[in-house]
Structures are given as structure tokens and as C-alpha cells.
Design a protein around this ligand. Structure first.
Ligand code: GLY
Length: 308
């Protein structure tokens, strides 16, 4: 089968979404948000832009949409603030940038990219990341910009029910994008507010290069969503790329194998994967995953539930 010249995959989080459980507004709003993000990334790739620019554009659109747990609409920490994590990686150079606990940058994915492109470092945290963001001239917002009544309600619910650290409903709202461009370069970007009620400066997999985000032109690009601690323990994103590079697995086999290992450890979540030859796949062990795909062949697909 001839592979498309460019491919873009996105996700808006994996979780317990089953038909009839989401309100019509949640279902339609999330689909519209995924569609907007696909359009933003596709516009870049259709004009021969880079995979890096495409994943940046797609993730920015998802960060701007309150249906997803990243940027505007991020979940609250136990102390009732928003602490934002993001990462980006270029498969051509294996350059990478990440931030954790950022509080003022409108689009954390752009801060991660600035770390990669304008600092000698890979990961910056908290006040230092915020300071670097201001120095880079990135768009700053009042922290209230990120807050929404629905996320506050979820925090109150978690505290009232004395739930465990993982949302009992398995609603992981991390967002991400992977792409292969016309030149065969892959890139991955991921952004999240983390877990509702997170404490003690907890950091999940999204900003950890190799866990929730990885890109390598020799293999693939991966963005993950789910219970971050399990993804860190398995180095999920790097592990999928390593299986493709060293064992010769195709993207689907590698992703399914590693998500299977995650499940054996008790983890839940999913990944999106694309390879330089244009192949692209989703793998998740939750009932649903907000997801979408667009290609140079004109395909545009948006889905939520596992059976779509
Ligand atoms: N997967 C996002 C997190 O665990 O923070």
C-alpha cells in the first residue's frame, strides 16, 4: 500500500469514555476541538511545513480548548492551582525540550520548544521555567486564564470522595500530536495539567523525554496519555521506538506490546505513533481515547470511543 506523504495524529486523553456517558456537549465539543487541532497541524504539513511546526500548531489548538486537560482547562493541584507540563522532540536531530510546573505561559508547548531551541538544557522546572519564558518573550497570562469551573468541581469531588491519586473514572486529559512531514521527518509534542489533586510537586510522564514523548527518525514519534507513573517506569515512548529500531516491530506491534506490558503493571492509558514511512497507529487499554488522524491523501478522522 502506498503511504501518504504526510500524516498527523493527535490525542486529547485516554479514559473511561463510553457511549452515553459523555454529555452531548462534551462529545460534540471534544470532537470539534480535535477537528480544529487537526486542521491547524494539517495546514502546516499541506504547505510543506515541518513536523515540528505541525505538532506545535496542533497541540497549541488543544491547549486553547477547555475540553482538554492542558493549557486553558488544565486540572487543579491539591492546593487549587494549575501547574503545566509539556515536551517536544524533533526526530531529525533528536533535540528535545520540556517544562514542568509552569504557571504563566499561555501555551506550554511553545515554552518546551523554546527550551529546546534557545537554551542548552532539555528540561526546566517551575519558577525557573517561568523566568525563562518571560525572557523568551512568550505570551504570558494571569494564572486564572487556565482555570475553569468544571476543573474546580472535579477537584472538589476528588477531595470530598477522598479518591486515590488516580481519577477513579480514568479521565486522563493530556493532549499530544505526532507527525511525519513531506521530508520524512517525525516529531512529537505533549502537554498536560497532570492529575487532578496532584501534590508535592508531582511530575508525570508528559515532560519526561522517553516516557510520555519521544521522536527518532530511525524509528517513530510517540505521544502518550494515561497514568504517568506507569509510563515513566516503562519508558513507554522510547521503548516503542526501540522495539521498532532494534527488533523490527511495525508501529502497531510495538505500541500494542508496550501498552500490554503497561497493563500487566496495572497501568492504563494510550499512545499515538507515527513512523517516517507514514504509517500511523493508536493503541490504548482504556474504553476510549480522544483521537484524530489526517493525511496528505485527504483522510480526516476523529473518534472518542474504542469501537470507532
Ligand atoms: N499522563 C499525564 C500525567 O500523568 O501527568
Amino acid at each position: 500500500m502506498t503511504q501518504p506523504k504526510w500524516t498527523l495524529l493527535i490525542h486529547g486523553g485516554a479514559g473511561s469514555m463510553v457511549r452515553g456517558k459523555l454529555s452531548a456537549e462534551q462529545d460534540e465539543g471534544a470532537r470539534a476541538g480535535l477537528s480544529t487541532a487537526l486542521d491547524a497541524g494539517s495546514a502546516v504539513l499541506a504547505h510543506s511545513g515541518s513536523a515540528m511546526d505541525a505538532v506545535s500548531a496542533a497541540v497549541m489548538a488543544l491547549e486553547d480548548d477547555a475540553h482538554f486537560n492542558a493549557g486553558h482547562g488544565a486540572v487543579f493541584t491539591y492546593k487549587g492551582i494549575n501547574e503545566l507540563d509539556a515536551a517536544i522532540m524533533d526526530g531529525k536531530t533528536r533535540g528535545a525540550g520540556a517544562v514542568t510546573g509552569a504557571r504563566y505561559t499561555r501555551n506550554p508547548v511553545l515554552l518546551a520548544r523554546a527550551v529546546m531551541e534557545h537554551s542548552p538544557h532539555v528540561m526546566l522546572s517551575r519558577e525557573g521555567a517561568d523566568e525563562f519564558s518571560r525572557e523568551q518573550g512568550l505570551d504570558q497570562v494571569d494564572p486564572d486564564y487556565f482555570a475553569t469551573p468544571e476543573r474546580w468541581r472535579q477537584l472538589e469531588e476528588l477531595k470530598a470522595k477522598k479518591l486515590g491519586w488516580y481519577d477513579i473514572d480514568m479521565k486522563y486529559g493530556t493532549v499530544g500530536a505526532v507527525a511525519v512531514d513531506n521530508d520524512g521527518n517525525v516529531a512529537a509534542a505533549t502537554s498536560t495539567g497532570g492529575l487532578t489533586g496532584k501534590r508535592w510537586g508531582r511530575i508525570g510522564d508528559s515532560p519526561v523525554i522517553g516516557a510520555g514523548n519521544y521522536a527518532d527518525n530511525r524509528a517513530c514519534a510517540v505521544s502518550a496519555t494515561g497514568a504517568g507513573e506507569f509510563f515513566i517506569r516503562l519508558g513507554v515512548a522510547h521503548e516503542i521506538c526501540a522495539r521498532m529500531r532494534m527488533l523490527g516491530d511495525d508501529a502497531k506491534a510495538a505500541a500494542d506490546h508496550v501498552i500490554g506490558e503497561l497493563e500487566e503493571l496495572g497501568g492504563t492509558g494510550g499512545v499515538i505513533v507515527t513512523a517516517p514511512d507514514g504509517t500511523a497507529t493508536f493503541s490504548f487499554n482504556t474504553p476510549g481515547m480522544y483521537r484524530g488522524r489526517a493525511t496528505s491523501a485527504g483522510e480526516k478522522y476523529v473518534a472518542i470511543y474504542g469501537d470507532e
